[in-house]
Design a protein around this ligand. Sequence first.
Ligand code: HEM
Length: 441
Amino acid sequence: MHTESGAASSAIQLADFDIDSATGFVPSTAPVARLEPAWEVWELLLEEATRRKFCLGATLGLSDSEREKSELWRARVRTTAVLPITDLKCSEVVMRRAHSVLTFLLHFYVHTLPPEADVVIPASISLPLLQVSAQLEVPPVMAYSDDIMYNWALQEPTTDGVPTTDNLRSLASFTGAADEEAFYLAPVRVELRGAEALRIIQSVLDDLAADSPEITARTTDALTHLVPVIKLLREELLGVRTGCDPDFFYRNIRPWLVGAGSTDDRPWIFEGIERDPTLTQPKYLSGSSAAQSPLIQALDVFLGVQGAPSGPVDAASMSLSTPFAQRMRVYMARRHRALLHRLESQENRTLRSFVAGAQDAALSEAYNSALRALKEFRDAHMIIVTLYVIGPAKRVAREEAEAQGRNVVVPREDTMKGSAGGDLARLLKDFRDKTMGALIP
Ligand code: HEM
């Protein structure tokens, strides 16, 4: 794009959207790992919960001593003072840590409750969480940004502090197990590899806006470069298999990430909400899912995959009938969400309309190759979901039926729900079909 003075400017400035050109949506320096002493009590409660290895409240045959162990912790949470967040407000990165810690506490609290208990979240968690969430403009529930995007540190310190795929460890954890860390770090690596994709997106949009004479060749070249980048995303995704056991994931990690309303109908009651008139009752609280990854949606929007959501989204206007990908956006950091909106509202040509109009065989092929690579990413993702969700779900159903002397009813894939509450098989197939639907004949 050229300004009136003739100087070149970018169609999008990645930094405006809290994106680093080297690390993409992942921050280029490690997230805050511990809150200041004023909020130390939250950090201590979290440390204790992880250390004591609580069982999920819904575990079949849970012993009285296990129940007591988590109840003692919950009682302590209930008697913890409601801490003001005023001094947290001055820093977004500190508030992110606060959101992460508070949502880990929230999910520990809720998911250790006996399955028949009402879900009443004590004011010591609910009020600061609602307030921090309002500041960050994200819902008061665990999201991808809490357990993945801002939940890592460098394994070994480096002089520049910039994260790389082979130098990461995770911070907060439910189980403290290496499998959980492997599960959290695989998507961080996907996002880090995605930085290159974002640079390519930026350069293509610049070229489209500038309408230079070499635009066809340059766009062909850029899209050709995008293909191995997407293939690398696929490799990093499949890399979760090194270190994270599928059954351990399904039984011991996934249930902690679930939000309200996705697996049972007990409402989450946020105690003390009436004490702060600026707060509103949260409406829909999906669980954490990598479907909240801004990178994959950015690729969808850029490549013109149909069904990618359009228009700004906010929690207040959402309902269960809002398309899944659009609902997932509400859980993204607000500036990442803003990038997706910006990509959609490009005043200039979209990539797809440019490719379709150019009628250039090499360009169309490069574009289609990028789409095929994204489809292959989704094929690999379906393999992961089969391995980590569908297979273990069937095994658990069989074991539970046998333990209770019932006939085994293996759950049907088309009735299974994702961790964010979507209809699993249909949803994933839909995304894959839409990716292929964008191919230019
Ligand atoms: C063990 C690893 C993983 C498991 C078990 C898993 C599971 C799932 C499930 C169950 C869904 C359905 C939606 C829902 O959550 O309700 C989903 C959707 C999705 N996941 Fe994953 N996922 C994993 C890793 C990843 C990674 C690393 C990424 C990329 C960073 C990713 C990106 C997505 C996307 C973009 C969707 C939305 C559907 C689509 O766009 O195709 N997932 N995932």
